[in-house]
Design a protein around this ligand. Structure first.
Ligand code: ZN
Length: 214
């Protein structure tokens, strides 16, 4: 940071600039904005940050962020318990909820990205296998992103579920290849969900698998 700022202003700018999408210029603008807030407005902002950290936890069943455990979705008796939609991050649940999907979720809390140090054991896959093991689940929908890491993650989860008596499907490529679920709108998500394809339709010969994958 440049010279001429007070120490506390510089500290605020430094912290703000660590946020995603915030460069030094934006951090400076935000910090000066905070400076112009009334004492009460500034306190509200600080409280909101503190509160979100204190109150929001992860659901112990699906790992979605929640202020209750189990989360509102897991504890809703109207949700279809025979379907679990697997997403990379909690934010993707919010995107999927724009569609007409009414099953449960499982948040992986990341994606396979060995270069970034994300290994299979960092994901919540073993917990997913436990969850589907109760025999209630008939279908697992893999809604990982349609980019390279997302595909690798989907394949890994598919592999982990192999042999279990359930259908595993993958969201259709309605979501433009290489893009992130979080940027999709309601219509696109609904379309991708409705056009989902089965990954493990059994019995299956090598030949018809190749036809399907073409
Ligand atoms: Zn939950």
């Amino acid at each position: 940071m440049g010279k001429g700022y007070t120490a506390s202003l510089e500290r605020l700018m430094e912290l703000l600039s660590r946020m995603p999408g915030v460069g030094e210029k934006t951090a400076e603008r935000l910090a000066y904005h905070v400076l112009r807030l009334s004492a009460q407005e500034a306190a509200e902002l600080a409280d909101a940050i503190r509160e979100v950290k204190e109150r929001v936890k992860q659901c112990s069943s699906c790992f979605h962020f929640s202020e209750s455990d189990p989360c509102a979705i897991c504890s809703d008796p109207r949700r279809d318990r025979s379907t679990i939609c697997v997403v990379e991050q909690s934010r993707d649940v919010v995107t999927m909820e724009q569609s007409n999907y009414d099953g449960l979720y499982h948040v992986l809390c990341g994606r396979l990205a060995p270069l970034d140090g994300m290994e299979p054991e960092d994901l919540t896959v073993s917990r997913l296998v436990e969850r589907v093991g109760d025999g209630q689940v008939r279908e697992v929908i893999l809604a990982c992103n349609a980019d390279m890491e997302g595909e690798a993650t989907a394949l890994y989860v598919h592999e982990a579920l192999k042999g279990l008596p359930l259908k595993v499907s993958r969201l259709a490529r309605g979501i433009p290849s290489g893009s992130q679920l979080e940027y999709a709108n309601a219509a696109v998500v609904t379309e991708a969900l409705e056009g989902r394809r089965t990954m493990n339709r059994e019995p299956e010969t090598e030949q018809n698998r190749q036809v399907r994958d073409r």
